[in-house]
Ligand binder design. Structure first.
Ligand code: ADP
Ligand code: ADP
Length: 226
């Protein structure tokens, strides 16, 4: 029972040109359901490239991408979009919340887009906000929240539609060390409470060590670091 399988991914840019760069050289991984995996690598090693492929935003030159049991390697855009919406949750370094909507609405809107009734969507949003200690901030717009609070709302939004897998690219990269710690703990609690699987890119080795497994991206391949 696995939520993500990446099989021998190859990916390069500017193929055949003088500035050709090969980023992935046979990168493979399997994430079983419920596992939280850290992805560590220096800047430029290809973490974003790998997350974009796993997140169905980009396609590999070769290799296979299987999300939640579905082989989406050669799938059409429509099928990839459905899989993204139903199976995947995304968190970025910057929160990307909609500024004109409240914290609650930011978590409700993706649920409405997915066909959830408003009442149920609001209840789900309130429950998620309570889990990250933000029940009292539901009616605030992002600009009225601190950086750490904004990022916690972004986690709630990513989990709103109950994805099988959370993909996160440096989710605490924009925060100071203390806030980063609080926000990371909130994310882990949320992930554990919902039994979610996750692939989380981070530079922070201390945070990485608190996940179930650490993978290092090295010379275009994924190797176990723990
Ligand atoms: P990381 O997220 O680990 O910093 P990236 O996946 O963003 O690494 O990038 C890996 C390498 O591929 C870098 O050298 C980057 O400059 C290069 N790269 C990424 N995207 C493109 C692109 N669209 N065109 C050309 N080169 C790219
Ligand atoms: P992030 O900054 O969030 O890690 P990326 O590093 O992947 O995101 O870069 C953001 C965008 O810029 C992506 O669409 C990527 O394809 C593109 N990009 C990254 N590096 C290069 C590069 N060296 N040349 C051209 N495009 C690039």
């Amino acid at each position: 029972n696995e939520v993500l399988r990446l099989d021998r991914l190859e990916k390069g840019y500017n193929r055949g040109k003088a500035n050709e760069i090969i980023v992935l050289r046979g990168a493979s991984l399997v994430i079983p359901r419920g596992q939280v995996v850290a992805l560590v690598a220096p800047s430029g090693a290809g973490k974003s490239t790998l997350l974009h492929i796993a997140g169905l935003l980009d396609t590999p030159d070769s290799g296979r991408v299987i999300v939640n049991g579905q082989d989406l390697t050669g799938a059409k855009d429509a099928a990839r979009t459905v899989a993204r919406r139903e199976a995947l949750g995304f968190v970025y370094q910057f929160h990307h919340l909609l500024p004109e909507f409240t914290a609650l609405e930011n978590i409700v809107l993706p649920q409405l887009a997915n066909g959830t009734a408003r009442k149920a969507a609001e209840a789900r949003a309130q429950e998620l906000l309570a889990r990250v200690g933000l029940a009292a901030r539901a009616g605030h717009r992002p600009s009225a929240l601190s950086g750490g609070e904004q990022q916690r709302v972004a986690f709630c939004r990513a989990l709103a539609n109950r994805p099988a897998l959370l993909l996160a690219d440096e989710p605490t990269g924009n925060l100071d060390p203390t806030t980063s710690e609080t926000v990371f703990s909130a994310l882990m609690e949320l992930v554990r409470a919902t039994g979610l699987s996750a692939l989380i890119a981070t530079h922070n080795l201390e945070l990485a060590a608190r996940m179930d497994r650490v993978l290092r991206l090295s010379d275009g391949q994924l190797v176990e670091a723990k």
